[in-house]
Design a protein around this ligand. Structure first.
Ligand code: SF4
Length: 296
């Protein structure tokens, strides 16, 4: 199989079997993102997927029976209709018969395009732990980022996932609201997350990658980025506001200046303390390094 573009997957899926299913992103116009700029969205055909799985079977033989979790590659493979996803899941189970969980990135509008019955069928087939780019809880900020959906849309669609029994892992980004609005953003994001009850929260820090619209906005003075200290204050306020004891909080992204992770029930206070130590004691010039990073 020839695959166009870089394969991105959530860091917490580092040990999961990756199966290419789509290329590119259906939206491809968030102002901060350049991951799929030159890659048009394409659904790989069933025969391409089967060919890949046959190759895997040939190389790994009986090891395929050990695989229980499969990550579908692409920016938003959940854009495929439920029927198309189910066709691909049937193939996965033919070649990897002990697969229990199928996970992937999903945009809020991918969920909206499916009926409750579709979601239930997908859940019964093993779809779980969808990764959702929530980014932040403020509608106007999401609009400025051209995310293509609002926080209210995310609330509505994640509650539908919960009702169907499909768990989700939410990606939140620090600094989206710019200078001076981090705490407001943190409170709105914590409120949203408490309502939609994710299994995991993954934090990263917004960065103006070269060639993005955000980079141009910053150069033109149209967007004032938050300092790294403000980002950490936002993260602390967000974390403090979370009431999700069983949720796993993960902030180990290369763009996160303070690396913390843990189950909130057990490690929330230690994580808050680590953020406070950095905010109060670390020289800002040492941590102020992420907002102009050119690439990942
Ligand atoms: S952030 Fe996600 S949804 Fe937005 S353009 Fe990039 S890949 Fe697509």
């Amino acid at each position: 199989m020839t695959y166009n573009g870089t394969i991105y997957r959530p860091p917490v899926e580092a040990n999961t079997f990756l199966l290419p299913v789509t290329e590119g992103c259906t939206h491809n116009s968030c102002t901060f993102c350049n991951m799929y700029q030159d890659i048009p969205f394409r659904m790989l055909s069933l025969s391409e997927v089967e060919e890949y799985l046959q190759e895997v079977e040939k190389i790994y033989g009986r090891y395929c029976e050990k695989i229980q979790r499969v990550y579908l590659v692409g920016a938003d493979p959940f854009a495929l209709s439920a029927d198309r996803l189910l066709e691909r899941i049937r193939l996965i189970k033919k070649y990897l018969p002990n697969t229990k969980v199928i996970t992937m990135y999903a945009r809020t509008d991918n969920i909206a395009s499916k009926s409750d019955e579709d979601l239930k069928r997908l859940q019964e087939a093993g779809v779980d732990d969808l990764y959702i780019g929530v980014e932040c809880g403020l509608n106007d900020v999401l609009e400025n980022l051209n995310k293509g959906y609002s926080a209210d849309d995310t609330r509505e669609q994640c509650l539908r996932l919960n009702a169907a029994g499909i768990g989700h892992c939410d990606l939140l980004m620090l600094g989206t609201a710019g200078k001076g609005r981090g705490l407001e953003c943190a409170r709105a994001s914590a409120k949203l997350e408490n309502e939609i009850q994710p299994r995991k929260i993954l934090i990263n820090t917004m960065s103006a990658f070269v060639g993005t619209e955000l980079d141009e906005e910053i150069k033109a003075g149209a967007f004032l980025p938050a300092s790294e200290k403000e980002n950490l204050e936002e993260e602390r306020e967000f974390l403090a506001g979370l009431d999700l004891p069983d949720c796993y909080f993960w902030a180990l992204h290369p763009l996160d200046s303070v690396k913390i992770d843990g189950i909130l029930r057990e490690e929330k206070q230690q994580m808050l303390d680590a953020l406070t130590r950095s905010i109060e004691h670390v020289n800002e010039s040492r941590i102020n390094r992420t907002s102009r990073v050119g690439t990942l």
